[in-house]
Design a protein around this ligand. Structure first.
Ligand code: ADP
Ligand code: MG
Length: 323
């Protein structure tokens, strides 16, 4: 039986290193995931997310370091623990020539899952209508929903999801996000690899930002935004003609220093000026703009995770993530 401390942290990773020949994929990463959290693993392609997950699942041997899942060492997982882990891998491993339902029935027979559960989950993931079509005819979004459904069949205690929404239509993304949130609400745990900020921002209680095989930071999305992100003030001008807007922009450029962004919305020619809250000239610039330009709105803007990762990646001089 796993001890209490393991039950509180269903995932523990300690100083994991992995080299593929000369390529250092993981350079000593450590993290613990608490029961009941959606933990985001965010990093650009090649950061080492899949390598970490494959080691955690016992599918790959680390060069050094250790990891455990649901209290068992990754390299010696028992069948009982395995069935408590739901996984969506990076590459889909469905039987293309079988229907969606047949794929699920095959899997369900391995785990003695009742057929009623299949029907419920098909409904939940909006796949009931497509269930009797061959997987070969599914869209990417449908395949990913089917994979998540399959991972949920045996009612696992933890979900390991490797970039489950990459390249999907917005509707599928929404269904997948909703399903992950519902799953977690029963105090179950999710380990989610992603390279989408909006996704981890919405879903995760904490994020580890991985870059070139190293964890740059682990924190909540809100903490990251406060600590690394830049709050700013947005000033909007009234709508004007395209020509006037262009004149205004030139005039503003003469006042504001070069790093301040001045955007013109192409649809309504509304100019938006973004000035960092800490900028020494903030007060005098705003006074000046108010006096000489038709200001319609001034409000403060939250930092975005996107900004955070740009500044983190710059600190590390590594690749920057996609938004
Ligand atoms: P991510 O999932 O974050 O995109 P990966 O874990 O797939 O990153 O890859 C991490 C690094 O390890 C990359 O540099 C990748 O090229 C390398 N890598 C991954 N798998 C292999 C392999 N089987 N053989 C050699 N190099 C690999
Ligand atoms: Mg990957």
């Amino acid at each position: 039986m796993p001890g209490l401390s393991e039950m509180k942290h269903p995932v523990k990773i300690a100083n994991l290193k992995k080299s593929y020949g000369k390529v250092k994929a993981l350079n000593g990463i450590s993290l613990e995931i608490a029961q009941g959290e959606i933990f985001g693993f965010l990093g650009p392609n090649g950061a080492g997310k899949s390598t970490t997950m494959n080691i955690l699942l016992g599918l790959l041997q680390p060069t050094s370091g250790s990891s455990s899942i649901l209290g068992e060492n990754s390299s010696e997982l028992s069948p009982e623990i395995r069935r408590k882990i739901g996984v969506v891998f990076e590459y889909n491993n469905l039987y293309r020539d079988l229907t969606g339902r047949e794929n699920l029935e095959f899997y369900a027979s391995l785990y003695q899952v009742e057929s009623r559960r299949i029907e419920e989950l098909l409904e939940l993931l909006s796949l009931t209508e497509a269930a009797d079509r061959k997987v070969a005819a599914y869209s990417k979004g449908m395949k990913q929903r089917l994979l998540l459904l399959r991972a949920l069949l045996a009612d696992p205690e933890i979900l390991i999801l490797d970039e489950p929404t990459g390249g999907l239509d917005p509707q599928s993304v929404e269904i997948i996000h909703q399903t992950i949130e519902d799953y977690r609400s029963a105090n179950r745990t999710v380990f989610l690899a992603s390279h989408f900020m909006a996704e981890v921002d919405r879903l995760c209680s904490r994020i580890a930002f991985l870059n070139q095989g190293e964890i740059v930071t682990i924190a909540s999305p809100d903490f990251l935004k406060k600590y690394y992100g830049q709050q700013s003030i947005a000033v909007k001008l009234e709508s004007m003609s395209e020509e006037q807007a262009e004149d205004c922009r030139l005039e503003l450029r003469g006042i504001l220093s070069a790093e301040i962004s001045i955007d013109i919305n192409k649809n309504n020619n509304i100019i938006e000026i973004i000035i960092p809250l800490e900028h020494a000239e903030l007060g005098s610039w705003i006074d000046r703009i108010r006096k000489d330009f038709p200001v319609s709105e001034i409000h403060s803007r939250e930092a975005s995770l996107h900004q955070v990762f740009i500044s983190l990646a710059e600190e590390q001089e590594g690749p920057v993530l996609n938004v």
